[in-house]
Design a protein around this ligand. Sequence first.
Ligand SMILES: C[S@@+](CC[C@H](N)C(=O)[O-])C[C@H]1O[C@@H](n2cnc3c(N)ncnc32)[C@H](O)[C@@H]1O
Length: 246
Amino acid sequence: MSTGNFKFENKGHNWVQNDVWTAVDGYTMGHLHPSSKPNASALQNALDASKAAGLPDISASPAQSKFMALQCRVLGVTHALEVGTLGGYSAIWLASENPQMKLTTVEFDPHHVEVARKNIEYAGLSDRIEVIQGSGLEVLNQLKEEIQEGKRPKFGFFFIDADKPNNLNYFNLAVEMALPKAMICVDNVVRGGRLIDQSLTDPRETAGRILVEGVAKDSRVESVVMQTVGEKSYDGCLWAILKSDA
Ligand SMILES: C[S@@+](CC[C@H](N)C(=O)[O-])C[C@H]1O[C@@H](n2cnc3c(N)ncnc32)[C@H](O)[C@@H]1O
């Protein structure tokens, strides 16, 4: 299916932002996840320590992270996998909201790994969050082998948030390591609407269409893209669940 005759007017603008979106996130999270929550100081520490260590400000928003953590809770996930750790912010959300769950998270950059491990230790989650340093594709292939050899259990939730051009490769590997009814979330698919700008050829921009069109052909999953606005701008994730007979 084509994107029709839509004329993309935002070409050249890489960042769409609106103060109201940020203020609404601040208001809602201020009420629904106030600083009195048990994990609030560990989450704030992860943001502060990551900034102090020079990491880029590209972690998932608090609202998106909590939403994913609640999905894990509803699904009763016992093992989750994240690709793209950064300073461990989303990892700390997922694990701290889910005491029943172990999380494996994969990060390429050794400095990010070092910062993440410290943040995870500060959060008291080192026993439930395993940070593996390495390239996402190599590590996921290794994990797949370990699952096939019976050395690891399959995963019930995936958060794919690393190098965008590999999103479909990560998605396909995730499906092969997933339990029936597992959920897969792929971040940054909408990218301010640039998803449907056919004139963009940068692999980071075409990755979203390759993902959506690839997943559309995959009969093992049911999926949807939810557009979002908030403190992290206008974007959206692809959400998929494994069919129980996949
Ligand atoms: C958007 S950040 C992850 C944010 C994190 N999930 C959060 O919300 O707190 C993306 C991370 O993926 C890492 N990354 C990029 N390419 C990678 C690759 N090929 N394999 C593993 N990690 C990679 C980057 O170094 C960066 O730390």
